[in-house]
Design a protein around this ligand. Structure first.
Ligand SMILES: [Fe+2]
Length: 349
């Protein structure tokens, strides 16, 4: 088999979802008509299926760069409609997928090869895909930016090395196709990003990068509590009763606490210092970011409830637990321990 690496000969279509600013890609070998869709959006399923049919594409793969937090993937529905195989990184933790890729694995597509490049950091399971002089970077490397690292077990340090040691070692002329753009840009190149990316370019140090990422102060994505659990089931296996999240109030948590059910675990995910000053009786202190150390313990409970000070950290912890493959997780998302005190509920010190 001859492997073509010519960037001109593979066909790439780039589509945009206005609501989430997500780019979806259709890549096709023009000779064999075999193709793949990368990061399909559920709301755009009709559009994408129409192009697949009109262009006569034999869709082999529905490839995902990571478990998205801002939209629900169409991968499961694409598989149902076309027979395409769902592809994720092995580290994504997604259930019911067809092909799990590790760093360096190859997917054949007609006369081409798609090379998987593990680029963890935005989430713990991010994968970039290189084919014919192009790289699809998901949210790892954006045009003059990068994905955030503050939920889904993200890590600024991992993202820094994924970009500077892996993506920036690709040929300079490699075309970069990102998972999102919020400014109307469509693609970039590795050499451009090495020079002009304000977070990672010009050989920025790890320390400088972490400082930038620690001070982004971004709001959580609107759909995060819906999208992350749904995407853990390829976008179609979402069971609303398995993940209670929005609008769960401190009063409802109090009702759960009153039951004293040994199958329930109530997690306080504030810092140890905050916890020691007062917490819900019998809650366990699992500070945000330390969840993976407690995976085995978590599995012995049927339902996990999370609270923090205001609801922000508990929502982030929920995404971390979902990424660890856990179900039945509820977080108090719009209030927290202050509200518990105001209502006069019991406090343990
Ligand atoms: Fe993302």
């Amino acid at each position: 088999m001859t492997i073509s690496t010519s960037p001109q000969s593979i066909s790439i279509k780039q589509f945009f979802d206005r609501d989430s600013c997500t780019y979806t890609y259709l890549i096709v070998d023009p000779q064999t008509h075999e193709g793949a869709i990368i990061d399909g959006v559920k709301e755009q399923l009709t559009r994408d299926l129409k192009y697949i049919e009109e262009l006569g594409i034999e869709l082999l793969y529905a490839i995902e760069t990571h478990v998205h937090a801002d939209h629900i993937s169409s991968a499961g529905l694409i598989r149902q409609k076309t027979g395409a195989q769902i592809v994720y990184s092995q580290a994504s933790g997604v259930k019911s997928i067809d092909i799990e890729l590790c760093d360096g694995d190859i997917l054949p597509l007609g006369q081409y090869q798609i090379k998987a490049i593990s680029t963890q950091g935005h989430t713990c399971g991010c994968m970039s895909y290189y084919i014919g002089g192009r790289v699809f970077t998901g949210d790892t490397l954006l045009i003059r930016g990068c994905g955030r690292t503050d939920f889904q077990l993200g890590s600024s340090k991992s993202l820094y090395y994924s970009v500077t040691e892996k993506l920036f070692s690709l040929p300079d002329e490699t075309v970069v196709y990102p998972g999102h753009d919020y400014n109307g840009n469509t693609c970039s190149t590795i050499v451009e990003e090495k020079q002009w990316n304000p977070r990672l370019g010009k050989q920025k140090s790890l320390r400088d990068f972490i400082d930038i990422m620690d001070n982004l102060n971004l709001a959580l994505p609107k759909k995060i509590n819906e999208a992350v659990p749904a995407n853990e089931g390829c976008g179609i296996k979402f069971k609303p009763d398995a993940y209670v999240h929005d609008d769960f109030s401190i009063t409802e948590l109090y009702q759960v606490w009153q039951q004293q059910n040994p199958d329930n675990l109530i997690i306080d995910n504030r810092t140890e210092g905050e916890y020691l000053q007062g917490h819900i009786p019998n809650s366990q202190n699992i500070p945000l970011g330390t969840e993976p150390e407690h995976l085995e313990a978590f599995k012995s409970f049927k339902h996990i409830y999370i609270y923090c000070h205001s609801g922000r950290r508990s929502q982030t912890a929920l995404t971390n637990l979902v990424m660890m493959g856990l179900e039945n997780i509820t977080c108090v998302s719009h209030s927290g321990f202050d509200d518990w005190i105001v209502r006069g509920y019991p406090v343990e010190k």
